[in-house]
Design a protein around this ligand. Structure first.
Ligand SMILES: [Fe+2]
Ligand SMILES: [Fe+2]
Length: 252
């Protein structure tokens, strides 16, 4: 009897996840912003249901099985994120009009020194390099890198709409390079400190760019990205507190 109940919770979670994706796709192509906003509200409600069902599954340690089944159904090797996410949908990617100056500002966020490109490669390297006893941190870093990839994709689309090709360079035309990554191999606490610093700097830079860019669509999108970065800052800070505060983890 109980077994069937938990199966139904897993099925309901899958349905809610599908519904969230469905409403977001619908909002993206709504004929006007008022309708898009209402549909985004529905998606937010579904996301709340999904979070509740997932927390139930989590508490029953059913989550692993649910995700395995979900992967099987979807027929792909893709795995859902295990970190918390912001329920607010991303605004539609659009601009008021082409603008090379704004494209340059966004290229800095895209592939400058402190950029999504650096964040992705930095968190992935720290993920590869984490010791086994910090497996949860390694997992979190990979998940955060996946979110940063989504940010990078959004920025690439914006830069294109503003009239520039989204090549891996900053606003001055300097190509991104692998020395931007603070590797800090073998020092997980130093790595976490640099990850915290990366998020803090990203938040400051995005906020400055929101001030400088007079395009309501770009402002909205950057503000939504900042919400993710604030969550990343919190996740990294909690991991640091758990393993590193007071010299708890001995660096090798
Ligand atoms: Fe980001
Ligand atoms: Fe981030």
């Amino acid at each position: 009897m109980h077994e069937r109940f938990w199966e139904m919770v897993a099925e309901a979670a899958q349905d809610e996840a599908d519904a969230v994706g469905f409403y977001r796709r619908m909002a993206d192509i709504a004929p006007c912003r008022a309708i898009a906003h209402s549909i985004e509200d529905i998606a937010r409600d579904e996301m709340r249901h999904l979070n509740y069902l997932e927390s139930l599954l989590c508490s029953r340690q059913e989550r692993g099985r649910y995700y395995r089944d979900r992967r099987k159904r979807e027929g792909s090797g893709e795995r859902p994120l295990t970190i918390p996410t912001i329920p607010d949908p991303y605004p539609a990617v659009q601009v008021e009009g082409p603008n090379p100056e704004y494209a340059r500002l966004l290229l800095d966020d895209y592939a400058g020194i402190v950029s999504e490109m650096t964040a992705i490669t930095q968190y992935l390297f720290h993920h590869f390099d984490m010791p086994e006893e910090l497996a949860d941190v390694a997992q979190m870093l990979e998940d955060v890198a996946i979110v940063e990839m989504h940010h990078m994709e959004i920025l690439a689309e914006l830069i294109k709409l503003l009239g520039q090709p989204p090549m891996y360079m900053d606003g001055q035309g300097l190509f991104w390079n692998a020395t931007y990554v603070p590797y800090l191999s073998g020092c997980p606490c130093e790595q976490l400190r640099s990850d915290i610093h990366a998020e803090q700097t990203a938040i400051e830079t995005y906020r400055r760019h929101i001030e400088l860019i007079d395009d309501r669509y770009i402002k909205e999108i950057l503000a939504r990205i900042v919400m993710d970065e604030e969550l990343h800052l919190q996740l990294f800070s909690e991991a640091y507190e758990k393993y590193c505060a007071g010299g708890r983890h001995k660096e090798g």
